[in-house]
Design a binder for this molecule. Structure first.
Ligand code: UD1
Length: 430
C-alpha cells in the first residue's frame, strides 16, 4: 500500500498528452477474443484496470503481448470457456463484459459476480434482462453467474440508460443470428468506439451514439488493428485540476467534442478554454471564479465520473454551488475527506451544497474510489500545506503515472509506502 504526498498550493503549467480511454479499452479487450485471428490495439492505457482485464482474458487462454508504446497484440486462438478466477474478477467491475463475450463465443459460461468502485447499489438487472431477451438462460449460484444459450437477435428496451448493459448486449448480439435492436441505450463515446471496433472486425452495428442501436449478427469476426479514443474522463480531470489550482495547461490528443459538457461548465465558472482540432487549453489565472450548479446525466450530460473533481473546484469559487448526482446514489464519499480539509459542504439526498471560497488546509485523507481519489489529490494541490492521500491503489486503477504527470505540470507530488512517515518535506525550490 502506498500514499501520495502532495504539497500545496500549486499552480499547474505545461502540456500533457491524454491516454487512451479506460472505459473503451475495458470492453474492447474482451471483445477481441470474439475474433478468429489476432487483433492489434493501439492507444491502450497502462493502468491497473487494463492490466487486470488482460490477465482475465489470459486466464481463459488468450495470448497478449505489449508490442511497444501503448499497443498490444491479442491472439485469441487458444481461448477456452473456462471460468475466470474470482481473485481477478473481484478487482474489476468491467469483468462482467465476459457475460456477453462468453455467450457470443461459446453459448455458455460462468463468471463470478464482479467487484469495482463502491458507488452504492450497482445492480446488473438490465444486463440480465438484455441477455435473456437474446435467449440466454442465466442463474446465479454461490456468487457465480451461470449462463447457457442458443442466442438469436431480439428487441431489447432498457428500463435504465446503462453503459454496461448496452455494451454487454452489443457483445452478445454481434455473433447472434438475426437482428438485435437495443432501445433507450447509452450514447457514450465509448459505446461508439466499441461499435467501430466490432465493425472493424466485420460486425454489423449501426446507430451507436444514438438511443437505438441495431445489430445484424454475423457468422464470424476477423482480426484487425484498431486505435482506442482518448480518455475524456482523464481529460476532464486535468481540465478541472487546472481550474481549481490556477495556471495554464495544454491538453493534447483529445476529442474536444466529447468534452462539451465540461467545457460549458468551466466557461460558466470563468475559466478560459480554447479548443483546437485535437487540443484543449485551459487557463485560470484571474481569480475569483464563480460558483455554478451542476447535474450529472448520461452522455451528453455532465459525467458522474467528474463530479468529485467539480466538487473540489466549487470549494474554491465565489458563492454557493449545488451538485446533483443523478447516476449513482452514494457517490459523495469524497465529501467527508474534503470537509476534513475545511470545505463547507452539506450533502442532502442526491445533492451536495458547496459554499465556495473557503481555504482548504492539508491533512491526511483517503481515496475511497478511483475518481474520488483523483479529486482528493487535486484537493491536496489546492490546500495550504502537505496532504497525505492514502488508498493510491484506487487512483492507479484509472490514471497512468498520475503523480509523474502532475509533476510534469510543476506540482510537488510524491509516492511513498503507507508505513513511511514524512519527517521533512523539502521546501519549495530547495
Ligand atoms: C460505466 C462506467 C463508469 C461510469 C458509469 C456512468 C465503465 C467501465 N464504467 O459504469 O465509469 O461512472 O458508466 O457513466 O464504463 N443500473 C441499473 N441496472 C443495471 C445497470 C445499471 O439499475 O443493470 C443503474 C446503475 O445503478 C446506475 C445507472 O444505471 O445508477 C448507470 O449505470 P451504468 O451506466 O450501467 O454504469 P456502469 O456501466 O457500471
Amino acid at each position: 500500500m502506498e500514499k501520495l504526498i502532495v504539497r500545496g498550493p500549486a499552480v499547474l503549467k505545461g502540456e500533457i498528452r491524454i491516454n487512451g480511454a479506460k472505459n473503451s479499452a475495458l470492453p474492447i479487450i474482451p471483445a477481441a477474443i470474439l475474433a478468429d485471428s489476432p487483433i492489434t490495439l493501439e492507444n491502450i492505457p497502462g493502468i491497473e484496470d487494463i492490466k487486470m482485464q488482460i490477465k482475465i482474458i489470459e486466464s481463459m487462454g488468450a495470448r497478449v503481448a505489449w508490442i511497444g508504446g501503448n499497443s498490444i497484440r491479442i491472439d485469441p486462438s487458444g481461448i477456452k470457456p473456462v471460468t475466470p478466477p474470482y481473485e481477478l474478477v473481484k478487482k474489476l467491475r468491467a469483468s462482467y463484459y465476459l457475460l456477453g463475450v462468453m455467450l457470443a463465443r461459446f453459448g455458455r459460461g460462468k463468471v463470478p459476480v464482479p467487484g469495482g468502485c463502491d458507488l452504492g447499489p450497482r445492480p446488473i438487472d438490465q444486463h440480465i434482462k438484455g441477455l435473456s431477451s437474446l435467449g440466454a438462460d442465466i442463474r446465479q449460484n454461490h456468487g457465480v453467474v451461470e449462463m447457457r444459450a442458443k442466442l438469436a437477435g431480439n428487441k431489447v428496451y432498457l428500463d435504465v440508460v446503462s453503459v454496461g448493459a448496452t455494451i454487454n448486449i452489443m457483445l452478445a448480439a454481434v455473433l447472434a443470428p438475426g437482428r438485435t435492436v437495443i432501445e433507450n441505450c447509452a450514447k457514450e463515446p465509448e459505446i461508439v468506439d466499441l461499435a467501430s471496433f466490432l465493425n472493424a472486425m466485420g460486425g454489423q452495428v449501426r446507430g451507436a451514439g444514438t438511443d437505438v442501436i441495431k445489430i445484424d449478427g454475423v457468422k464470424s469476426l476477423q482480426g484487425t488493428s484498431y486505435s482506442i479514443i482518448p480518455d475524456r474522463i482523464e481529460t476532464g480531470t486535468y481540465m478541472l485540476a487546472v481550474a481549481a489550482t490556477g495556471g495554464k495547461v495544454l491538453l493534447k490528443n483529445v476529442i474536444p467534442k466529447h468534452m462539451d459538457p465540461v467545457i460549458a461548465k468551466l466557461k460558466e465558472v470563468g475559466a478560459v478554454v480554447e479548443v483546437g482540432e485535437d487540443t484543449i487549453s485551459v487557463e485560470c489565472s484571474t481569480k475569483p471564479l464563480q460558483s455554478v450548479d451542476v447535474k450529472t446525466f448520461p452522455y451528453p450530460g455532465y459525467p458522474t465520473d467528474l463530479q468529485s473533481m467539480m466538487t473540489v473546484l466549487l470549494t474554491q469559487t465565489r458563492g454557493t454551488g449545488i451538485i446533483t448526482e443523478n447516476i449513482f446514489e452514494a457517490r459523495f464519499r469524497h465529501v467527508g475527506e474534503l470537509k476534513r480539509m475545511g470545505a463547507d459542504i452539506k450533502v442532502e439526498g442526491r445533492s451536495a451544497v458547496i459554499r465556495g471560497g473557503v481555504p482548504l488546509t492539508a491533512c491526511p485523507i483517503k481515496a475511497t474510489d478511483l475518481r474520488a481519489g483523483a479529486a482528493c489529490a487535486v484537493a491536496g494541490l489546492v490546500a495550504e500545506g502537505v496532504t497525505e492521500v492514502s488508498g493510491v491503489e484506487h487512483i492507479d486503477r484509472g490514471y497512468d503515472c498520475f503523480e509523474a504527470r502532475l509533476q510534469s505540470l510543476g506540482a510537488e507530488v510524491f509516492r511513498i509506502p503507507d508505513s513511511q512517515k514524512i519527517y521533512a518535506v523539502p521546501n519549495r525550490g530547495a
